[in-house]
Design a binder for this molecule. Structure first.
Ligand SMILES: [Zn+2]
Length: 295
């Protein structure tokens, strides 16, 4: 996506949508609704992007712009919130659950909460956004401006940063990923092991907070870092075992509550598909959202 101006963002989204239609062999009149998720603060009801620093959008009526182009209803949601819905539907296929939390650990950390089967957005659409809870006052500088956010310990970008500072990436900086850090840890590299252990510890605590705050049945994990597999899971499981043992509330923090999404599952995509389906059911039109669908 080209991000210099709102017009270019819209043009890029429009081009991508037409490309997707072409790939699917469909015409726009065969499509009943569109779903769009973006990294930023979004008002799902009005379709306005309040703040999306990475896309350079401020108080921008993105849904209106997209609807004007395609003439069909369009839903707009924050990417972490959309992925929360997608993650919920993944678990729902196997087991009936009503309350879940989702943590996406990719480059950064996004999270969201579903309560009683509905997305819980909160007053500013930011409910559950634990990636920016400060866990280490005075710690590393986060993308959001604060220091020591959870994201600066467990986010992919910062795992790489910590490993680079420890000299693990020397000579291969350009292609160095979180996978390499986990591989080095498995090969017995002490600095890598310390980073990986810390990710497991802090993520385990984050899961504990979500369970204690919302009493969710499942905490679902997704994103590139979680798809590393056993090397990712093992230190997290250690922490969960410890949390179980240290407290009389330990029974709440069972490993069975934690679900890892399969690597190929695009939670954000399925989340906006679900939202678009709901919009059609609720009678959304290209002109606007019926007042009755407000929640
Ligand atoms: Zn932050």
């Amino acid at each position: 996506v080209e991000i210099t101006t709102p017009d270019k963002v819209v043009a890029s989204i429009v081009a991508t949508a037409y490309q997707a239609l072409e790939n699917a062999g469909k015409r726009i009149r065969q499509v009943s609704a569109m779903g769009l998720c973006i990294p930023g603060q979004v008002d799902a009801q009005t379709g306005v992007v309040n703040l999306a620093v990475n896309l350079n959008l401020y108080d921008y009526p993105l849904r209106e712009a997209i609807t004007a182009e395609f003439g069909i209803p369009c839903v707009l949601e924050n990417d972490a919130r959309a992925a929360t819905i997608g993650a919920y539907h993944f678990v729902q296929r196997q087991e009936m659950v009503r309350d879940i939390a989702f943590i996406n650990i990719g480059t950064g950390v996004g999270a969201g909460v579903m309560i009683n089967g509905r997305l819980h957005r909160g007053a500013n659409g930011m409910a559950g956004e634990i990636g920016h809870m400060v866990v280490e006052p005075g710690g590393s500088r986060c993308n959001c401006g604060a220091r020591g956010c959870l994201e600066t310990v467990i986010g992919g970008r910062y795992i790489i940063q910590q490993a680079t500072a420890a000299g693990l990436a020397s000579g291969k900086e350009a292609s160095f990923t979180a996978y390499d850090v986990y591989r080095a840890s498995q090969e017995g590299h002490l600095a890598a092991q310390a980073i990986v252990r810390r990710v497991g510890e802090y993520l385990g605590r984050a899961i504990q907070w979500l369970i204690l705050t919302y009493d969710v049945e499942k905490v679902i994990l997704g994103g590139g870092v979680t798809s590393i597999g056993e090397a990712f899971w093992q230190p997290l499981n250690q922490t969960l075992l410890h949390l179980r043992e240290e407290s009389s509330l330990g029974v709440l923090f069972s490993a069975e509550k934690v679900v890892l999404l399969p690597a190929g599952y695009n939670a954000g995509l399925w989340g906006v598909v679900c939202l678009a389906q709901e919009a059609v059911k609720d009678g959304w039109t290209a002109v606007g959202v019926p007042a009755t669908s407000a929640d």
